[in-house]
Design a protein around this ligand. Structure first.
Ligand code: NAP
Length: 301
């Protein structure tokens, strides 16, 4: 969804508005699913420890699931939990027919092995899309569950640009959570994709050739406005807290003011990618519920 900004400035890609309408569509499909199966899709969220940011994320995921008519199962474990106890909980959730999606909030505290936990989740319930089986499906162009943040970025890009075929895209950052699945999604949408990372040489020139820039680094405003190709579309995933005029504020990886002078459209931080991430989690939970029940999943986006 694009709100026109001042003349000669980039349009703002309004992730909050897009997420709201996506949520309405999901809520309707949740109702259809319940009418067909006699139960609501179920999302289990596991929180280990008391990290305040993680507590907020987990609470908001549960709240959103309930708002859309899903069942929410929240499991809070102490930071002292053993790997074996955590794995046993994942095994119970895998076996629970009322649970369609399992999300273990990352990062895990202490010495807990995140990869082992991710690999223990039944791939058909891996609504975070992080299991190597789902990463493999994505790389193979097969239907699986796709990591929430890049899925939200793709939806915003397709809403803003329509067909992405033939466009030059650069993804800055190559994490398993964002950068790699984002590049696979763009490739799947027939973009020509460059993946940049901390060892990339002459990032400015590479960004300057891209029609689509997706920034997922976590370094405040490192992508300068003057790097952006005139008319490019910019998706800023990064979030960093900085002090400005004595106040803490959230900024992205892209110099928003500078990039807005050159881009055709850009996501703000906050209000761009962030609201999409929680809604694509709901999307994935609904898709997982349909697939697990053997019903064909609706196209929601
Ligand atoms: P991450 O795992 O720390 O990955 C960061 C990536 O950036 C790495 O691939 C790293 O390259 C690359 N990088 C670091 N410095 C660079 C540089 N100078 N030039 C080019 N690339 C550089 O982070 P992440 O989990 O992908 O998250 C990235 C950002 O997105 C963070 O700010 C995070 O908070 C945010 N995020 C937001 C949402 C949301 O919903 N809004 C969701 C997820 C993440 P190497 O691989 O070479 O080290």
């Amino acid at each position: 969804m694009i709100a026109e900004a001042r003349a000669a400035e980039a349009a703002i890609i309004d992730g909050r508005a897009f997420a709201d309408t996506l949520g309405e569509r999901i809520a309707r499909q949740v109702g259809d699913f319940a009418a067909q199966t006699g139960r609501a899709p179920g999302l289990a969220v596991v929180l280990v420890g008391t990290d305040p940011a993680s507590e907020i994320y987990v609470r908001s995921k549960g709240r959103m699931a309930r708002k859309l008519g899903m069942e929410s199962f929240e499991h809070v474990l102490p930071a002292s939990v053993s790997q074996a106890e955590l794995m046993a909980l994942v095994a119970r959730l895998n076996a629970d027919e009322a649970v369609d999606g399992i999300l273990v909030q990352l990062p895990l505290p202490g010495d807990l092995d995140s990869l082992a936990v991710i690999e223990a989740i039944d791939p058909s319930k891996d609504v975070d899309g992080l299991h190597p089986v789902n990463a493999g499906y994505l790389a193979s162009g097969l239907p699986g569950l796709v990591s929430c943040t890049p899925l939200g970025c793709l939806m915003l890009l397709q809403d803003s640009l329509g067909d992405l075929s033939g466009l030059d895209a650069i993804v800055v950052g190559r994490s398993i959570l964002v950068g790699k699945p984002m590049a696979q999604l763009l490739l799947g949408a027939n973009c020509t994709v460059t993946m940049a990372h901390s060892r990339t040489r002459d990032l400015a020139a590479k960004v300057g050739r891209a029609d689509i820039v997706v920034a997922a680094v976590g370094s405040a405003e490192m992508i300068r406005g003057e790097w952006i190709k005139p008319g490019a579309t910019v998706i800023d995933v990064g979030t960093s807290r900085v002090i400005r005029d004595g106040r803490t504020c959230l900024v992205g990886d892209v110099d928003f003011a500078g990039a807005s002078q050159r881009a055709r459209a850009i996501t703000p931080v906050p209000g761009g990618v962030g609201p999409m991430t929680i809604m694509t989690l709901m999307h994935n939970t609904l898709i997982a519920a349909y697939r697990r029940t053997g019903l064909s999943a609706p196209k929601i986006d």
